[in-house]
Design a protein around this ligand. Sequence first.
Ligand code: MG
Length: 381
Amino acid sequence: MKKTLSILGSTGSIGTQALDVADKLGLEVCALTAAHNIDLLEEQARKYKPALAVVFNEDKAAELRLRLADTPTRVSGGMEGLIEAAVLPQADMVLNSVVGMVGLRPTIAAAKAKKDIALANKETLVAGGDLVTDAVKDNGVRLLPVDSEHSAVFQCIQGMPRRSALKRLILTASGGPFFGKTAEELRGVTVEQALNHPNWSMGAKITIDSATMMNKGLEIIEAGRLFDVGGDRIDVVVHRESIVHSMVEFADNSVLAQLGVPDMRIPIQYAVTYPERFESPVAQLNLAQVGTLSFFEPDYDTFKCLTACKKAFAMGGAATAIANGANEEANSLFRKGKITFLDIGELVTGAVDNIKNFTPSCVEDIIEADAEARRYVLERV
Ligand code: MG
């Protein structure tokens, strides 16, 4: 297929798998961006020869500029560079796989530049809310989910006769490394234990989010925004094997599910080729080999982030940006060994409960809500 991609966050887990998908499909890549990993970005730039390579860290951008001086690739830095990559004229689609709400401005810029967006950067949609969905609607572009659960829902609703036929979304959660544990048992867990995800190989931030179940909380909000469904119609079920990627219930109580081996290249590829399907390098699903699929209720008392996100989504306004900002800060502090695992849930809950909510009217409002949530967390450490 013929398509030119701009990949934001190309050195991360989703970014590298997206390049793998691009290779298999024979797609062009016009822009690549990284936060700071210039060794890998240089390697990618030499292979894919994009018009633009961007490093968010300005010092590292300067270094990469010297390293790529013998190539036709232009190097840019900072938020300005990310936005440049999001609006590059030759891009048909922007795949946003940056980590965190730093992806907000580039996502909105891509929509305004009439680019279809493949979104792996859930924090953007959680924090940005209507600002993002409105920019997508107003500019008539597509916002295609890359998150496996949301891709599953999206695949299940293809051919749905009308919106009112959709009754409920059922998001599956692996439960992460700490499924079934009590708060008491989680008191002393280490960063290494939290990074040990049973099914998915992902970046550090999302793997911790998965251990706290913040990831599922963010995904409830993401699903609500993507599919325009209230939180009261989105349920979570823990599914240890990560084979059923999510489900949709219709008016007649018929439930459709999307299944596959846990490999992000399926949702990445579907977002890129939608509505088409092509062969992929992903292994076939062998259900007899899997044997058993199990399902459990999530533990909302122990995994407080999940509860905090549900509450923030019901509150609306800036509350989801606050929950996300508090978590981004707490997640990072936990990885640096500054707070305990259970502190993350306490801090996210505290931020949602105590910071004054308001209705954001512009990106600056969102950024301010995010900053306030981060301050709240830092003041309590
Ligand atoms: Mg997911």
